[in-house]
Design a protein around this ligand. Structure first.
Ligand SMILES: Nc1ncnc2c1ncn2[C@@H]1O[C@H](COP(=O)(O)OP(=O)(O)OP(=O)(O)O)[C@@H](O)[C@H]1O
Ligand SMILES: [Mg+2]
Length: 322
């Protein structure tokens, strides 16, 4: 499988008043062409900072890359000049965020924002053509009457429609990779399902790769082929979705899987992992999950486990795995 993206031991830190926050602390994974990979983990585990590191969209300072590399089609993104990086964003890699309203400019119509996005990357394109392409994109993302909706203002659209517009903008330059950071959490449940369906369909039609960040293992099961489980700024397990579901190796992964709501199971019987993700400011000693782990022993509390392969394509960072 051809790798288009590869993170090698990436460390993204923030200098804060309280000390150094190790938001991403030695993350390695690769992403194949045409693949959909889910990233799951509780709040604060470093999912967004990983995505924003790839896009190089973090505020620096206070953020900085403390180590590692991000290869995109063989080039290390961390050594690109800002203008090269700007060209790559949108053209090769696009990102959509959780809150579609904050990413649309309220004083321009939706269509003109898509047009603008197209013309930034294709300044040679005539306005008429860019407009046609924008209407096409609105149609592609499932917006009815796209030529009328072209002139709609962001506030005239529902949250789901706005997210569709954001997806249209992200797709405007045929990116090879779409990063979607919890693209549906701000939407109600039925609309969430529609947007996720749309992303799945677009992925299949265009062959782009998708990195889908979510809290929800159910979403991963629906949409993804591979999954990365993040905990406390690290990847603690990765594998094919079926491997993770049928044979989860890390106690944290098992905890997350047990907390998926199932139909007919009363809410109060849901298993939730007790405790919380340790602060990124805390100096890590041993396995970061050890203070919440039912299996932890003295080795777990003193030596940090690295990712180890247990079957082809399936790795876990746990002394008790296997
Ligand atoms: N600008 C910043 N300055 C300092 N610390 C930061 C900054 N941005 C993120 N962090 C810290 O980095 C860690 C990882 O944050 P991140 O936003 O990546 O988590 P997440 O997995 O995306 O969580 P969520 O599911 O809530 O979106 C957190 O401890 C967070 O406080
Ligand atoms: Mg996040």
């Amino acid at each position: 499988m051809e790798k288009i993206l590869e993170l090698k031991n990436l460390k993204t830190y923030f200098a804060t008043d309280g000390g150094v926050a190790r938001a991403v602390d030695g993350v390695s994974f690769s992403l194949g062409r045409n693949r959909t990979v889910g990233v799951v983990g509780e709040s604060g585990s470093g999912k967004s900072v990983t995505a924003l590191s790839i896009m190089r969209l973090l505020p620096m300072p206070p953020g900085y890359f403390a180590g590692g590399e991000i290869f995109w089609k063989g080039r290390n993104l961390l050594s690109l000049q800002d203008d090269e990086m700007r060209r790559l964003r949108g053209n090769d890699i696009a990102m959509i965020f959780q809150e579609p309203m904050s990413s649309l400019n309220p004083v321009f119509t939706c269509g003109s924002q898509i047009m603008e996005q197209i013309r930034v990357h294709h300044p040679e394109m005539a306005a008429v053509e860019a407009r046609e392409r924008s209407v096409e994109l609105l149609h592609l993302v499932g917006i009815a009457n796209p030529s009328e909706r072209f002139s709609a203002w962001p506030h005239e659209l529902s949250g789901g429609m706005r997210q569709r517009v954001m997806i249209a903008m992200a797709l405007s330059c045929n990116p090879a990779l779409l990063i979607a950071d919890e693209p549906t959490t701000a939407l109600d449940v039925t609309v969430q399902a529609q947007i996720l369906d749309l992303i799945g369909t677009l992925q299949a039609d265009t062959g782009m790769s998708v990195l889908l960040i979510t809290h929800d293992f159910g979403v991963v099961a629906e949409l993804c082929e591979e999954v990365l489980v993040m905990y406390a700024s690290r990847v603690v397990e990765k594998g094919e979705v079926r491997q993770i579901f049928s044979n989860p190796l890390h106690p944290y992964t098992r905890g997350l899987l047990e907390s998926i709501p199932r139909m007919g199971v009363p809410k109060e019987r849901l298993h939730v992992i007790e405790g919380s993700v340790p602060s990124a400011l805390r100096e890590p000693v041993g396995c970061r999950f050890s203070d919440r782990c039912p299996l932890a022993d003295s080795r777990c509390r003193s030596i940090e486990p690295e990712l180890v392969a247990y079957e082809a394509g399936h790795e876990a960072a746990c002394w008790k795995a296997g």
